[in-house]
Design a protein around this ligand. Structure first.
Ligand SMILES: *Cc1c(COP(=O)(O)O)cnc(C)c1O
Length: 347
């Protein structure tokens, strides 16, 4: 790997107490180019703008996928990732679906380790503080031929994030729009999946909802994902979540929540969930909690949901399962507790 360090660190100019998510980046980035049928020697370079031709393929045909993960620093100064092998496998699953060449495992892990060591001072200790790590890959070839590109760039950039307590959200259940189709790319972290959500979400925001709960594209009868998070329901003492399929992203937080809940003796049903069932259980007061799961906030409680013009409020309960699961997962991430499933990865 080639390494070029910056001569002008930005570290002392950053206000770590007032970070807005995803707007400040560390001093370095990892870059690897694909050309002539193979991934070239990777590099770590100073974070900097890229230049490209207006005909660059990704701008026209959208071959772009990404990942989202976090690095955590414990009180002893050790740096940890959480289940990074899952991110590695997933970015290649996404790539395959978008006809992007797979990225080699050793480049991925060497890149992460080298970058996180060089930008180590950007990772602040303290429960909740972390470094958000964004690997992504896109077609970088010039030319507007509507065919898969022959050149790609794989990049990793990082931004420091402060302890962030996701605020409770009100969600609107989708009755018209969909984020994913059968046989489509819903299971991938393709850039275009996000683009397709912005407009329907903005309409929901006009009605006072922060996020949309996506339903199956065919019947709009089954609940699938909450915005860019997986979704969980607690009915009585049981947790419910939808099974993954080609429309639903296989979230690493989702998997971890299911496992941690089972470890705690909580029953988890993974099965298709009808809207009518959730509405009925809200009406008979057995619906106790709803929450989203994802790397950014781990678990985000849902305050109410809107469906067919009616707003259904979740009860305010003193001891939510959502908080316990979040605490438990974060304790593993920050090396504050044992790690029975081997999820921590020391950088
Ligand atoms: C990234 C993402 C998630 C959450 O996945 P994690 O691995 O838990 O961060 C859920 N749904 C969608 C659509 C996503 O893009």
């Amino acid at each position: 790997m080639k390494i070029e360090k910056t001569s002008a660190s930005k570290l002392n100019h950053v206000d770590f107490e007032n970070l807005s998510f995803g707007s400040v980046f560390t001093d370095h980035m990892f870059v690897c180019n694909y050309k002539e049928g193979q991934w070239q020697t990777p590099e770590v370079l100073p974070y900097q703008p890229l230049s490209f031709e207006p005909s660059m393929s990704v701008l026209h045909y959208g071959q772009a996928v990404f990942e989202g993960m976090k690095a955590y620093k414990d009180d002893g100064g050790k740096v940890w990732l959480f289940r990074p092998d899952e991110n590695f496998k997933r970015i290649n699953r996404s790539s395959v679906r978008l006809q992007i060449p797979k990225f080699p495992k050793e480049y991925f892990f060497d890149g992460l380790k080298t970058l996180l060591k060089i930008d180590n001072d950007w990772i602040k200790p303290g429960f909740g503080n972390s470094l958000y790590v964004r690997p992504f890959v896109f077609s970088s070839q010039a030319g507007v031929q509507a065919s898969p590109a022959k050149e790609y760039m794989f990049i990793i950039i990082c931004c420091p994030v402060k302890a962030y307590y996701g605020r409770e959200v009100n969600v609107l259940i989708a009755e018209e729009y969909s984020r994913a189709a059968d046989g489509g790319i819903g299971f991938t972290k393709a850039a275009g999946n996000y683009a397709a959500q912005f407009y329907p979400t903005s309409l929901a925001q006009e009605q006072g909802y922060q996020q949309i709960v996506w339903t199956d594209a065919k019947s709009h009868e089954y609940l699938e994902e909450a915005g860019t998070m997986n979704i969980f329901f607690r009915i009585g003492d049981k947790l419910l979540t939808a099974p993954t399929n080609d429309r639903i992203l296989d979230g690493i937080t989702r998997k971890s929540v299911i496992q941690i809940a089972k470890d705690a003796g909580i029953e988890v049903d993974v099965r298709p969930i009808k809207i009518s069932e959730i509405v009925a259980s809200s009406k008979n007061n057995s619906l106790r909690e709803m929450f989203g799961s994802g790397t950014a906030v781990v678990i985000n409680p849902i305050k109410s949901f809107g469906y067919q013009g009616v707003n259904y409020k979740l009860p305010e309960i003193g001891d939510p399962v959502a908080s316990k699961l979040k605490e438990q997962i974060m304790s593993i991430q920050y090396n504050l507790t044992s790690d029975p499933h081997g999820w921590r990865f020391e950088v």
